[in-house]
Design a protein around this ligand. Structure first.
Ligand SMILES: [Zn+2]
Ligand SMILES: [Zn+2]
Length: 286
């Protein structure tokens, strides 16, 4: 059986430990068949845009725009160096901001031919008083600006829906689908939030996206993978493909709890996982 980890970071993003090569060596050591290098894409394309990006410490969230080319070329070199040991994929995790796809296009889409896949993510909401980086602990006090946790979930799912519907922002894999739960923040009106989640999943199906099973949540207060088992069942019922992702920010996080996830996915009914190469999807058996 193949073991593949499709979501990893490294020290270029300023909040993860270890070089790209450290992650590759660790992946080989633990017998992974594939590692996807998918560090955070820079936020500088949002400078000089109507989004007040300086309201969040974006310099600690991602590499600089002038580091993108060396990021891509160093992965190419490592692919050659470790060719006999492991498959390596080139990717970015990109944060979606409504209506700023045009700048992203200018800064980014010329480089897109080097990528094997793109993770589409939402980590920052528009917020009530200013931008709200809801998965950054320093913004925890801003949760009370909302009337309830449910309205944060709704804003989050609306933003995911915009990202999926955007004609300019194209991506392959939807990241950490229920991220607002990170700090142990469950929805109050479960039915209301679940309905919005299902609406989002239906759009993801129509857009033929893959959704990651992200074990980062198992290392956070919520102590549960993204998304919940209940949502994974909906994903399965909609016949949407999935893959495994550790969201590693340290080499020791690689393939975190993947055996547990494989058991869960098989129990739900999955017998294959998605796999990407040059933005084309195929499948591996599990
Ligand atoms: Zn990160
Ligand atoms: Zn993320």
């Amino acid at each position: 059986m193949f073991l593949e980890d499709w979501h990893t970071h490294n020290k270029l993003c300023r909040h993860a430990e270890g070089t790209i090569e450290d992650y590759i060596k660790k992946a080989i050591e633990i017998n992974l068949d594939l590692i996807g290098i998918s560090d955070h894409f820079p936020y500088e394309y949002l400078e000089n845009s109507p989004v007040s990006i300086e309201e969040v410490p974006y310099h600690e969230y991602a590499m600089r725009l002038n580091e993108v080319d060396s990021y891509l070329s160093s992965i190419e070199k490592l692919k050659i160096k470790y060719n006999n040991d492991i498959q390596i994929r080139t990717a970015f995790e990109i944060d979606y901001f409504r209506s700023h796809e045009v700048n992203l296009e200018k800064e980014f889409y010329s480089r897109v031919d080097k990528l094997d896949y793109i993770l589409g993510s939402v980590h920052v909401l528009h917020g009530k008083s200013k931008l709200f980086a809801f998965d950054d602990r320093r913004f925890l006090s801003m949760y009370k600006e909302y009337e309830s946790i449910d309205s944060i979930y709704l804003e989050y799912y609306h933003k995911l829906q915009h990202m999926i519907n955007s004609e300019k922002f194209n991506f392959d894999i939807l990241s950490h689908f229920d991220l607002p739960k990170k700090y142990n923040k469950r929805a109050n009106n479960k039915e209301l939030v679940m309905n919005e989640a299902i609406k989002t999943l239906e759009l993801a199906k129509k857009a033929d996206l893959t959704i990651e099973i992200n074990t980062g949540g198992l290392r956070k207060e919520i102590n549960e993978q993204y998304p919940s088992e209940e949502i994974i069942k909906e994903i399965f019922n909609l016949d949407i493909s999935v893959l495994l992702a550790s969201d590693a920010h340290h080499p020791n996080d690689l393939a975190y709890e993947f055996n547990k996830m494989l058991k869960l996915l098989k129990k739900i009914g999955y017998n294959q996982l998605a796999h990407f190469n040059k933005r084309k999807r195929t499948f591996i058996e599990i």
